[in-house]
Design a protein around this ligand. Structure first.
Ligand SMILES: Cc1ncc(COP(=O)(O)O)c(C=O)c1O
Length: 371
């Protein structure tokens, strides 16, 4: 049976395979395994792509978020507001600092953090608010930043939104954002990698120092940091894929529009809710997340997987219902939109190279599964 993966990393690799060999040879010849010219070139190129002044390459997206939060002044005992509907790492980065995640619900159509709920959750101990640009579309970051009190910084989780824009604004511009280059992301490395992007030079310098044992020059340590650096070999991969990212995002948008059309009958029959793009957003479709009605979602995913279709769930439990964050003291019913979405959502295969025929097979299998 022909498999249709959730993300086709082999197809993505085929596009860059030749170019990578030459790049890897350059790194091997220089033995520039950590940092070096490829990393610096990638940081320049990604900053330009992201429309921000500075990019600091780091070891993964969770570190990037922790570093961006630390550079924004978040420390032990501070509160950080973030959505219950996100990947666990958003909360994990906060917890690793010794700060306290303060969770808020999502809006029911886009499933992005509810901005009013976020503002309502801001108190005297709030040091940061973290909108998550989930599934590839931007949450209202600039609107939030304008409404926050001076003691609360805006730190964007842009792990899933490389290339996304909202009203012409890119994540991190005028502020600070963290992103992940986990292999399955729109811009994926061949291992773990991430970056902090910002227009604030001081914060960029602090992130760079914190990520390199607090070093501001060789063996000069002004702050206590840790080790979170980007590898030269990963930078080669990221540069080659960055050159293709705008086209890849456009192909994802075309594929998402195709799904919208192909799924119209299921929507009309009341079996399915499609993802919603907020006006003013340029969506980059990291994930195409539908919600089923009147069906057991896990059974539907099981049937699709049995047909060789790599449907997934992002995410089966909102942060407050994970054992890891049970100590926050929430229960079922606290964030009803996030909870209902977690029970109903499922992600269909979506990647730049997906064909209309593959999508039709996904839709046919989903129609059968929902019968
Ligand atoms: C929303 C979100 N935040 C943070 C992360 C953490 O990134 P990483 O896995 O590179 O640490 C991810 C991806 O995994 C993510 O999807």
């Amino acid at each position: 049976m022909n498999q249709i993966p959730l993300v086709d990393l082999k197809a993505a690799h085929a596009e860059v395979a030749q170019e990578l060999r030459a790049g890897f040879d350059r790194v091997l010849a220089d033995t520039a395994f950590i940092g070096g010219e490829e990393v610096r070139a990638f940081e320049r190129e990604y900053a330009a792509f992201a429309g921000v002044g500075h990019c600091v390459g780091v070891a993964n997206g969770t570190d990037a978020l922790e570093l961006a939060l630390r550079a924004s002044g978040v420390g032990v005992g501070d509160e950080v507001v973030l959505p219950a509907n996100t990947f666990i790492a958003t909360a994990g980065a906060v917890a690793r600092i010794g700060a306290r995640p303060v969770l808020v619900d999502c809006v029911p159509d886009t499933l992005l953090m509810d901005p009013q709920a976020a503002l309502d959750a801001v108190g005297p101990a709030t040091r940061a608010v973290v909108p998550v640009h989930l599934y590839g579309q931007c949450a209202p970051a600039a609107e939030l930043a304008a409404a926050l009190p001076a003691h609360a910084a805006l730190v964007e989780d842009a792990a899933q939104s490389q290339g996304a824009e909202r009203q012409g604004r890119t994540p991190g511009s005028g502020g600070i954002a963290a992103t992940s280059f986990y292999p399955g992301k729109n811009l994926g490395a061949y291992g773990d990698a991430g970056a902090v992007v910002t227009d604030d030079e001081e914060k960029a310098d602090l992130v760079r120092a914190l990520a390199n044992h607090g070093g501001t020059a060789k063996y000069r340590h002004d702050v206590a940091g840790f080790n979170s650096r980007l590898d030269g070999l990963q930078a080669v991969v990221l540069r080659a894929k960055l050159a293709r990212l705008a086209d890849g995002n456009a192909a994802r948008r075309a594929a998402a529009a195709r799904y919208d059309g192909m799924l119209a009958d299921l929507v009309g029959a009341g079996r399915l809710t499609l993802p919603v793009t907020e006006q003013g957003n340029v969506h980059v479709w990291h994930l195409y997340v539908v919600r089923v009605s009147g069906a057991d979602r896990d059974a539907v995913v099981g049937k699709l997987n049995a047909e060789g279709i790599g449907a997934g769930v992002h995410y089966p439990a909102p942060v407050h219902l994970t054992p890891a964050f049970a100590h926050l003291g929430h229960g079922r019913g606290d964030f009803p939109h996030a909870e209902q979405a977690a029970e109903r959502m499922l992600s269909l295969p979506l990647f730049p190279q997906i064909t209309a025929a593959q999508q039709q097979r996904v839709v046919d299998a989903l129609t059968d599964a929902l019968r």
